[in-house]
Design a protein around this ligand. Structure first.
Ligand SMILES: Cc1cc2nc3c(=O)[nH]c(=O)nc-3n(C[C@H](O)[C@H](O)[C@H](O)COP(=O)(O)OP(=O)(O)OC[C@H]3O[C@@H](n4cnc5c(N)ncnc54)[C@H](O)[C@@H]3O)c2cc1C
Length: 303
């Protein structure tokens, strides 16, 4: 029986781990990876103390900080269920079962899928959800970026340096990204813009060879070797049962990171907290750990 289990080791989970270690709690961290979305960021200019730092470098520093407190992290382990039963929180993972007095869910977000024919079959065979990780694989090729927000334009600007031609395909009539990013993409002369356009299907034998797009009644075939899906993300909250979630699936928390179920707390991008940013996730992770400690003190002897 642990005092606390922390699910996830992104900025929120790692910070929660440092705080739990300093409170000498008997706790365990379980995560699929260390770093989360922050390790995908090309350039971070808004984490205090660093005027500029790449995501993987910042995560290395976070990891060093955690290791200083000798925290054991169970990596490559996926939590499949969190539920409260008989005054304890039970967890199931793809490896074993756990029980804890408190849990902090810090599982962040995962990329949203397009949901079109060919996507599942060609995922990681030319379809990617992370430009920062995969853009160099498409050097000299014609590629497509799907989406029109900042993430899509960020991917496009990275690809301008690498790809031959970039089709930017947005389902809405207008791009929602910052104007400065759109201007940079236009100035490159490499980007062909499609708005009000839907992806119909993606095809290829073993690798992506092309895609069909549709604008109004007109269907067009684009020959591309890479497709970057940048249409946002969804909270990784499906494995947590019983807790209140909003219409977007984000776990609803109060200002102490408590959910409606005593003993289950949540922090960072998986919650309804405003602003999905590293610095915010870190702050929320710190609060969640302190709130778990406070909860244990209050309930000691009652359970
Ligand atoms: C491309 C990109 C660029 C960005 N750039 C910036 C930037 O410049 N500045 C900024 O402030 N923010 C930026 N962000 C946002 C920032 O990365 C997030 O706000 C932050 O990482 C959220 O931290 P988190 O710990 O809440 O979640 P995440 O970083 O998403 O971490 C979640 C963790 O939970 C784990 N996990 C998920 N599900 C499970 C499960 N079922 N079982 C076990 N473990 C699980 C994951 O493996 C991961 O370790 C960027 C995001 C992206 C995608």
């Amino acid at each position: 029986m642990y005092d606390l289990i922390i699910v996830g080791a992104g900025p929120a989970g790692i910070t929660a781990g440092v705080y739990a270690a300093r409170k000498r709690m008997h706790f365990q961290m379980i995560t699929m990876d260390i770093g989360g979305q922050a390790s995908l960021s090309w350039d971070i200019e808004n984490y205090l103390g660093y005027q500029f730092i790449a995501g993987p470098e910042l995560i290395e520093k976070f990891k060093e900080h955690l290791q200083k407190f000798d925290v054991e992290v169970r990596e490559n382990e996926k939590v499949t269920l969190v539920e409260k039963s008989d005054a304890i929180v039970k967890l199931k993972t793809d490896k074993r079962d756990y029980a804890a007095k408190t849990v902090i869910v810090a599982s962040g977000r995962r990329p949203r899928k397009l949901g079109v024919q060919g996507e599942d079959e060609l995922k990681n065979r030319g379809i990617t959800y992370c430009a920062t990780c995969d853009a160099p694989l498409f050097t000299g090729m014609d590629v497509a970026v799907i989406g029109g927000g900042n993430a899509a334009l960020d991917a496009t600007l990275q690809l301008i340096k690498i790809a031959k031609k970039i089709y930017l395909i947005e389902a809405k009539p207008l791009l929602t990204a910052d104007r400065i990013m759109i201007e940079k993409a236009k100035e490159s002369g490499k980007v062909i813009f499609y708005s009000d356009t839907k992806v119909k299907r993606i095809y290829g034998d073993t690798l992506v060879q092309g895609m069909e797009i549709e604008k109004g009644n007109k269907v067009e075939d684009l020959s591309v070797g890479g497709i970057f899906v940048e249409i946002g993300s969804t909270p990784a909250s499906d494995f947590v049962t019983g807790v209140q979630k909003n219409e977007r699936g984000e776990i609803t928390v109060n200002c102490s990171c408590e959910t409606n179920i005593p003993g289950i707390l949540a922090a960072g991008d998986v919650t309804n907290v405003f602003a999905k940013q590293i610095i915010v996730a870190c702050g929320e992770g710190a609060k969640a750990s302190l709130a778990a400690f406070d909860y244990l003190n209050r309930t000691e002897g009652q359970t």
